[in-house]
Design a protein around this ligand. Sequence first.
Ligand SMILES: [Zn+2]
Ligand SMILES: [Zn+2]
Length: 339
Amino acid sequence: MKAFVILDKHRAEVREIDAPKPRPNEVLVRVKACGICGTDLHIFEGDVPVKYPVIPGHEFSGEVVEVGSEVEDVREGERVAVNPNISCGKCYYCKRGVVHFCERRVAIGIELQGAFAEYVAVPETNVHRLSNALSFEEAAFAEPIACCLHGQDLLNVGLGDTVAIFGLGPIGLIHLQLVRARGASLVIGVEVLEKRLKLGLKMGADLVINPLERDIIKEIREATGGRGVDAVIEATGNPQVLQNALKAVDYGGKVLVFGVAPMNALISISPFEIYRKEISIIGSFINPHTTERAVKILEARRINVRDLITHEVRIEQVLEVFEKLRTKREDFVKVIVKP
Ligand SMILES: [Zn+2]
Ligand SMILES: [Zn+2]
């Protein structure tokens, strides 16, 4: 089968490799659609500690073409979305139900062969059945939506709350639609790229602000009667943005740290301000037990993912897309790879 292989930092090619054989507890998925995520690019850039070679791709859907001998619930021919994070079920954290902290957690597309390939072997426990109403391209959003749902569960935006979202990439635009669905009374999007600001408005933001052109904190205060928002979602991964975002919350406000910052980055915050304003800073990591709900949200068309897809490419074009994403992001929102 064909696979896109990252051989080392900044070095990748399409290779012909053997298709995986499903183990007894696994199913073989023929990949139909796989989103390109910031993490894939970070692996290509050498920003994350991984063991090369890596076949990336973890936001995917496809069709089951073979099942292992011990598989009980999944059948050949079924259309599925995949949760790429595999936990052991035996360690301290798995036993406590916090499977994302699993001591032996591995991820498809990072430690295991990913979905920028024609086939992927997946444990039966990690596939989620799709109805025919959902396209494979839409279903490729099950993973990013599942991650956002975990963040939303932790942030717990209430009916009538005001929210600011920093970064309107695919993740910020998913969060934006989720907080609208939760009944936020005011949603503000902060983003530097024009195309994404427009998408923010289209997907229900009441106000979008370009920080290159305006004073965001001043604008957010003005939009909230001088107070600041009840919740901030940081979806850029830029530590400087997070530091600034902390200034946008009101008394009792909450800040969700969702974007992935460089591992050694530091910010300075005022402990007094956290104390005095009772600010909660909340981290959110991957997608424990949220994929099934993500599929339901997609099937119910509660959020629009179609308009997030700006490009559909083949495996042979992934390298070209990576090169473009490094220099020029303006045109791209979500790129879907179709092997
Ligand atoms: Zn991702
Ligand atoms: Zn575990």
